[in-house]
Design a protein around this ligand. Structure first.
Ligand code: NDP
Ligand code: 8X3
Length: 251
């Protein structure tokens, strides 16, 4: 069976993707920082497919490279890497944000993603044709909005990194996609607001956001495309989300 490595499998898109790939019989390598959640997911899925859980902070490059250099042969070759771990913090304007929050987003969304990509690369190259790197970008990487500051910029990095990887991996068979969702109801806003459940509920209230399962379905679709196809960027919004007009400052 093919195997998939998912970062941030303890919640939201990553957890839904673990379930979607398990449904198709894939072997799973699941990571995240919250060990109890990894253990719960392992109990749920291990009766059906091979599961390896690795408690891991993607910001720790030594831990990432050590863990990924020790994958058991039973989980190789690696067919798909889903670089999903990430977060937004500080929805307030840039001029009010604590520097630490900017650093946390850069360390997680940029440094963490490149740590995992670098460590997983030998496994993906060994697989070659049909292998995929699926990077979770965001509409925030392309469309600016107030409070997007470093979060949106980190997702713009993911888009360009994905395209540049495509250039270097040409000829290896390894595909790369920047999957860019819009509003999706997960723990994302709870994290962004540092635990404000009411703010999170208010954001999703009265509309129809994407659900984690919608994105998991797209991830599975991308990973199982015929091996001669590469979708470079896939941007997905709920029907009820669109763009705003330009904001004009007036006297
Ligand atoms: P969730 O908050 O539900 O899940 C985020 C996951 O990332 C968790 O499993 C968390 O695990 C993991 N994570 C965060 N920091 C780290 C870290 N330092 N090391 C390892 N794992 C980490 O959010 P979503 O599922 O919504 O988000 C998943 C990805 O999708 C993110 O990259 C996000 O930016 C992106 N995205 C989300 C959208 C949305 O509207 N929800 C839209 C567009 C993109 P743990 O805390 O256990 O480590
Ligand atoms: C998360 C989606 O619209 O909050 O990346 O930027 S949005």
């Amino acid at each position: 069976m093919p195997s998939v490595l998912i970062t941030g499998a303890t919640s939201g898109f990553g957890k839904a993707a673990a379930r979607r790939f398990a449904k198709a019989g894939w072997s799973l390598i699941l990571t995240g920082r919250r060990e109890e959640r990894l253990a719960e997911l392992e109990s749920e899925l291990a009766p059906h497919v091979t599961v390896l859980t690795i408690p891991l902070d993607v910001r720790d490059s030594d831990a990432v490279s050590q863990a990924l250099s020790q994958l058991p042969d039973t989980l190789l070759p690696l067919t798909c890497l889903i670089n999903n771990a990430g977060l937004a913090l500080a929805p307030e304007p840039a001029q009010k944000v604590a520097l630490e929050d900017w650093h946390t987003m850069i360390d997680t969304n940029i440094t963490g993603l490149v740590n995992v990509t670098h460590a997983a690369m030998p496994h993906l190259l060994a697989t070659g044709k049909g292998a995929s790197i699926l990077n979770l970008g965001s509409v925030a990487g392309q469309w600016p909005y107030p409070g997007g500051h470093v979060y949106g910029a980190s997702k713009a990095f993911i888009q360009q990194f994905s395209y540049n990887l495509r250039c270097d991996l040409q000829g290896t068979g390894v595909r790369v996609t920047d999957l860019a969702p819009g509003m999706a109801e997960t723990e994302f806003t709870l994290v962004r607001t540092k635990g404000n459940q009411a703010a999170s509920d208010a954001l999703y209230k009265g509309t129809t956001p994407l659900q984690a399962e919608d994105i998991a379905e797209q991830l599975y679709y991308l990973a199982t495309l015929p091996p001669h196809i590469n979708i470079n960027r896939l941007e997905i919004m709920p029907v009820r989300q669109a763009w705003a007009p330009f904001a004009i400052d007036r006297d």
